[in-house]
Design a protein around this ligand. Structure first.
Ligand code: MN
Length: 718
């Protein structure tokens, strides 16, 4: 049974000036808070916090850690609140206890992916204060030691979690004694039969093994003495779980395993370590590939040692570790060894060193069976420019700083991203461009009718979101051009008295596609939709295949006159889609020099409007597409002109003369006399751009008897 005095004495042994009154106060407080509570073992509950505090003292931690250990269950299991703790024990202690309580609320399931996710949560907590994790480990160790009072189901669950999460955690922090004890305890519950088998096997061999250990020890001792090296040599069996792993890995039974015994030589200096290694290697043959110099290349958790395996006295493998006293204490206590008081300062580590620690923890990923997800998320996570947010289920997700709810939505699922219409952060609606902040609880609002917008590309930060949005746009554009191609074909086929649907799935139409080096009929439709291939070309090829004897030239040669505005690109570039069919909207008939916007029509390509065109503004936003004038193109554009003038002779001649002086071609002209003795002259002319048009209009306005000149969008005045 652990007593408070033992703990206090232990703390004073490694820190004589410690103010242990805080520990005593915490003990009294914890005893009161937990009064009446009983553990499954029948003991008073207080035995648990005492046990935890004892483990923390064995880790040689500071007074705040021990105090927090005594109080670690008060927030969760008693009426105590955070303010009470802050008031009585200071903010450092209350902060640590709060952290331990929060970790305690996470449920670690045993599925691989969940593991990585949850470990990340621990790291999150740890970034705050590493002592939180050390107390959690002590808590788990004490619970494992007293696990036998639980039912079998609960035992297995807790043992599994210990094996998957807490033992590796202790290992990564370099606290070897906690790691091995946790592993053996967990193993004894997870596979009790094999555990017992190994334990009794070890007992059976005990005498033989002790003899063997002594023999090897004596030989090593002797060899060291020859070089005047003073070293402590010890040999003992590895812990049960590592013996088990060895048996599995090498498919051996206990009787054959000599190297379940690890020998250790502890010397005074690094130089002596290498000298001792030389002695060992010259006495026994080293096994190639088994020598590891962790003195020259320390492990991430600061572990240092020389490891070697040699062929021993009976031709068996002997594993030997060589290290200094200081390395030995780090090997046992890991990070805790650095937590020892130095000149009254509890934390010699500064911020950057603490951060280094976190980075080293990343090496965990090497221990995971399937480290992909962990790698993906954690490696980036620890860079300071990231934010962590919660899903409504309490899972943690990491994003680059500046990420938006859209990034979050795509991290959940592509469909969630595509259909994302809005988001709630901490229960409140936010715009999609909202920048996520640490600790936000993010909830995505979706609508099955919603589709991604190109504008999203400007605000997303994750490559996942960007890729998915681009992919959607690409697919969508293709689908659109296929549908467009189909409609164009239907119309053109009808004009030629053909039923398109009759040919669509025919072998001949497929051959038409192939004749354009296209793999599929869909590709042909898409090309027609984009305007790369005209429907007429396709009809030509098709007719030559279907009825080769019937003058095919006729169809190809006799192109029908274009009645509408030219359906070629007309000097307009459609962003993100080359060679798409472009027409100018009749409603506003834009000219170069004016702001324009595209509208994806059904079956007639993109129609180009003035950006402020009323009919464009009143139509569906989702069908808009960015277009711009092609500055390279030297196109002329038809535009209507309406001139009001006095009804006098020679006006038409004067106006048309002025227009040609301005290098303007007149396509149509029409004059009508009005009852008010005025004449209305209408023209359809060709201009390069707005400047060209405005210059000419200004000149016409100056002609004598001209009252007014207006641009008109009427392009047929016959
Ligand atoms: Mn506890």
């Amino acid at each position: 049974m652990i007593r408070l005095n033992d703990i206090v004495d232990r703390v004073l042994s490694y820190h004589p000036e410690a103010d242990v009154s805080l520990i005593e106060k915490a003990y009294v407080y914890s005893a009161k808070a937990h009064a009446g509570q009983v553990r499954l073992s029948g003991e008073p509950y207080l035995m648990h916090p005492l046990g935890v505090a004892d483990i923390l003292a064995r880790m040689r931690l500071d007074v705040f850690s021990i105090t927090s250990g005594l109080l670690h269950d008060t927030l969760e299991d008693t009426d105590t609140n955070l303010d009470d703790l802050t008031h009585l024990f200071g903010s450092e202690v209350s902060h640590i206890v709060d952290g331990v309580t929060k970790i305690g609320r996470f449920e670690f399931s045993s599925h691989e992916e969940r593991q990585a996710e949850n470990m990340r949560k621990m790291i999150l907590a740890m970034a705050d204060d590493i002592r939180v994790v050390l107390i959690k480990l002590a808590d788990r160790l004490h619970n494992m030691r007293t696990l036998n009072y639980h039912g079998v189901g609960k035992q297995r669950l807790i043992a599994r979690e210990t094996m998957d999460i807490y033992a590796p955690l202790a290992g990564r922090l370099g606290i070897d004694w906690i790691k091995t004890e946790l592993e053996d305890l967990a193993f004894s519950y997870l596979d009790p039969d094999v555990y017992e088998e190994i334990v009794s096997g070890l007992k059976r061999n005990e005498d033989e093994r002790e003899r063997y250990i002594k023999e090897v020890k004596d030989v090593i001792q002797e060899k060291l003495a020859e070089l005047d090296l003073e070293g402590k040599v010890s040999g003992r069996p590895k812990h049960i779980y590592s013996i088990y792993k060895k048996m599995i890995a090498q498919n051996l039974d206990l009787e054959h395993i000599y190297d379940i015994i690890a020998f250790r030589i502890i010397l005074n200096s690094i130089r002596e370590c290498y000298e001792a290694l030389g002695v060992i290697h010259s006495s026994w043959k080293p096994i190639p590939g088994r020598f590891k110099d962790y003195i020259g290349m320390p492990k991430a958790n600061m572990y240092q040692s020389l490891h070697t395996t040699v062929i021993g006295p009976y031709g068996e493998r002997v594993e030997i570790q060589i290290r200094t006293e200081e390395m030995h204490s780090i090997a046992n206590e890991g990070i805790a060894a650095h937590w020892v008081y130095k000149e009254g300062r509890s934390f010699p580590e500064n911020e950057s060193k603490r951060f280094t620690w976190l980075r080293q923890l990343l090496e965990w990923q090497q221990d995971l069976k399937d480290p992909r997800e962990f790698l993906e998320t954690v490696r980036v996570d620890l860079f300071p420019d990231d934010v962590y947010v919660f899903t409504p289920n309490g899972d943690v997700k990491a994003f680059p700083r500046g990420s938006t709810p859209i990034d979050f939505a795509y991290s959940v699922h592509t469909e969630v991203g595509n259909q994302c219409t809005g988001a709630k952060v901490n229960g409140k609606l936010v715009p999609l461009k909202y920048e996520l902040k640490n600790g936000d609880i993010v909830e995505i609002i979706t609508s099955s009718k919603h589709v991604p917008s190109k504008d999203w590309l400007k605000i997303v930060k994750t490559s996942r979101a960007r890729t998915r949005i681009r992919h959607w746009i690409k697919t969508e554009e293709r689908e659109r051009s296929i549908a467009l191609g189909r409609e164009i074909c239907e119309r053109e086929f009808r004009k030629h008295g053909l039923n398109f649907n009759q040919y669509l799935n025919s072998e001949e139409f497929f051959q038409v596609a192939q004749s354009f080096s296209l793999q599929k009929v869909e590709d042909l439709l898409a090309s027609i939709g984009y305007g790369k291939i005209s429907a007429l070309q396709a009809i030509g090829k098709l007719t030559s295949l279907v009825e080769p004897e019937e003058k095919p030239e006729e169809l190809v040669v006799e192109r029908p006159e274009r009645k509408e505005r030219p359906s070629h690109r007309g000097g307009v570039l459609v962003k993100g889609a080359d060679d798409i069919l472009v027409r100018f909207a009749k409603c506003c008939n834009p000219l170069p020099g004016e702001q324009i916007a595209g509208f994806i029509t059904r079956g007639r390509g993109v129609s180009v409007h003035r950006a402020d065109c009323a009919s464009l503004l009143s139509s569906g936003f989702e069908r808009r597409i960015e277009v711009e004038w092609d500055r390279e193109a030297e196109e002329v554009h038809p535009v209507g002109l309406a001139v009001i003038c006095a009804n006098v002779k020679g006006m038409l001649a004067a106006i048309s003369g002025t227009l040609s002086n301005h290098d303007i071609n007149i396509l149509q002209a029409n004059v009508r006399t009005r009852v008010d003795n005025r004449a209305e002259c209408k023209f359809v002319v060709e201009v390069r751009d707005t400047d060209h048009l405005l210059g000419a209009m200004a000149a016409v306005r100056k002609i004598k008897n001209v009252i007014d000149v207006q641009r008109s969008s009427v392009l047929d005045i016959r």
